[in-house]
Design a protein around this ligand. Structure first.
Ligand code: HEM
Ligand code: HEM
Ligand SMILES: [Fe+2]
Length: 482
């Protein structure tokens, strides 16, 4: 990849991708800052009280999480589309215009969260301040804007796929992105029945992260393996189809693991238990797939050692991206597969539901399955934009990946301990009463775990500073081969 990607075929699409990635990285930073604010408030509840209450810091933290990931996902599609289809993205000018509309809408929503925060209990709040559905709290005007932007994005992808070379990766993405965008609609209408509201809200949250986003990650991993280590397309795409079938096969009805206690019929206990218990299987497959391809490609390259030395040197053409993508294989398996499986049976979930255990799983899963691979894609974009042939690690990239990963793993361990103490004290011992809820959080194990979560959160934020520095400067660093 010695040529500058911003000058060849698809250069406009790639440029738009870099805009999406840049905005995503900024929002990622904001997510971490608000996470640290919320973590301080757990330890010192009066911190910023009346200025930026916990409820608002939390809204900002988790909505920023979703927004930066969606931006980085759109960026990834605009980045890989010209490589896969061999043509410039169709309707790219409209795509660029929609980016600015999207970014401006997000900035306005954030400013409203920061400075207006709450409104009256009527339609004005739903339309102009917040819709109040965890993770997707944007007010309705922004919701409608997001729908328009998503339609434009899907159109870009679809028409480009129709016109250019439609690889397996592009075909999967086309189908997946229609489902991904369509599901957003399920979180947009209002009902005053809380069970019904939650029922549809989970269609967005669960069917996003455990079906459509996972399939998306499968496609990215396939693209990255072909690009970074030169894995064979035939093998990679065969795995991709198997993963897609398994992910949808278990993930769709796995939805039932959110319908145990919200007023939905009891048959969901069996459906949820069975299908969600199968969900780790595709994650194991994805894990094996990455390691298998790596081993296989390396083996082949070794065999060629004496005939083509240059080839061997460039087994991995982008080391930082490859590190993040390997972390994705482990993180997805651990955070979603293992930490998810822990609490997915109703017999267990009865005790763990809504404890810090859930937060432990939420952190490791979102980080392991999505943050990692999207950061990897950012590194691929930096390589392409700067015309780098082999991208090596810099000091900052190593510090970034090490601190962020140990920070998130540290937070996960702390939250798992906190959750375990809640399960024992608040649920098992005291029977889940209102009093038990508070007693469960007063114990030493819980309190110390909250201190450690804060410490590890600061480690994560520090790692982000290194990552940001690296993303901004490493394109010009002399450690790379050009
Ligand atoms: C990358 C994929 C995944 C992500 C990002 C993810 C993330 C999350 C998050 C953030 C929550 C908390 C939702 C809330 O605010 O109430 C949650 C809940 C849950 N997740 Fe996952 N998850 C993933 C995969 C899985 C898998 C594969 C399983 C099961 C094998 C699973 C099982 C559960 C269960 C049972 C709950 C409900 C916890 C409770 O009752 O409090 N998750 N997940
Ligand atoms: C600077 C590091 C971070 C800190 C200090 C932090 C802190 C927090 C805090 C205090 C909450 C509220 C928990 C509650 O309501 O009990 C939270 C929720 C959440 N955070 Fe973070 N966080 C950090 C990084 C991240 C990262 C990197 C991710 C994912 C990539 C993430 C994903 C989430 C999710 C999904 C939730 C909702 C969990 C749930 O309700 O179960 N956070 N975080
Ligand atoms: Fe789920």
């Amino acid at each position: 990849m010695a040529n500058n990607a911003l000058t060849g075929v698809g250069s406009e699409s790639k440029q738009l991708a870099t805009w999406y990635f840049t905005f995503a990285a900024i929002i990622f930073g904001a997510q971490l800052v608000f996470g640290v604010v919320a973590a301080i408030q757990f330890v010192e509840p009066s911190f910023l009280y009346g200025v930026l209450d916990f409820s608002i810091a939390r809204i900002l933290h988790i909505n920023a999480l979703v927004v930066w990931m969606v931006f980085a996902m759109f960026g990834s599609v605009y980045w890989l589309l010209p490589d896969e289809t061999g043509i410039e993205t169709v309707g790219i000018k409209i795509g660029k215009l929609l980016f600015w509309i999207f970014a401006a809408a997000i900035v306005v929503v954030v400013l409203v969260y920061l400075f207006i925060q709450v409104g009256p209990a009527d339609d004005t709040t739903i339309w102009f301040i917040t819709e109040g559905r965890e993770y997707i709290e944007a007010p309705r005007w922004a919701d409608l804007g997001i729908v328009v932007v998503a339609l434009g994005f899907v159109a870009n992808l679809f028409f480009t796929g129709m016109k250019g070379n439609r690889s397996g990766i592009v075909t999967v993405l086309m189908a997946d992105m229609i489902a991904f965008s369509g599901l957003y609609l399920c979180g947009m209408f209002f009902t005053d029945n809380i069970s019904m509201d939650q029922y549809w809200w989970w269609w967005v949250i669960h069917l996003w992260v455990e079906a459509t986003w996972e399939v998306f990650v499968g496609s990215l991993a396939a693209y990255a393996l072909i690009t970074i280590i030169g894995a064979h397309r035939k093998v990679v795409e065969m795995w991709l189809w198997i993963e897609v079938a398994m992910l949808f096969g278990s993930g769709i009805l796995g939805l039932g693991h959110h319908y145990f206690w919200i007023g939905t019929p009891e048959y969901w206990w069996e459906i949820g238990a069975l299908f969600s218990a199968l969900e780790p299987l595709p994650l194991v497959a994805m894990f094996i797939h990455v390691l298998y391809d790596w081993g296989k490609t390396q083996g082949e390259q070794m065999g060629a050692e004496h005939t083509d030395e240059d080839h061997v040197k460039s087994v991995i053409t982008n080391k930082p991206a490859f590190t993040w993508i390997t972390l994705n294989a482990f993180g997805n398996f651990l955070g979603a597969g293992i930490w998810g499986f822990f609490h997915t049976l109703p017999q267990v979930n009865l005790y763990t539901h809504g404890t810090q255990f859930t937060a432990a799983h939420g952190h490791l899963a979102f980080f392991g399955a999505y943050a990692t691979i999207l950061i990897g894609m950012m590194y691929l974009a930096i390589q392409g934009t700067n015309g780098i042939k082999v991208m090596n690690h810099t000091k900052a990239s190593i510090w970034g990946v090490s601190l962020i990963t140990s920070g998130v793993v540290g937070m996960t361990v702390a939250l798992t301990i906190a959750g375990y103490s809640q399960v024992l004290v608040a649920r098992a011992q005291m029977g889940g009463t209102w009093q038990a809820y508070f007693d469960g959080q007063a114990g030493m194990w819980f309190q110390q775990a909250m201190d450690w979560r804060l410490v590890m959160g600061v480690v994560t934020l520090l790692g982000f500073v290194f990552l940001a520095k690296d993303l901004l400067t490493s394109g010009k660093s002399p450690v790379h081969e050009r």
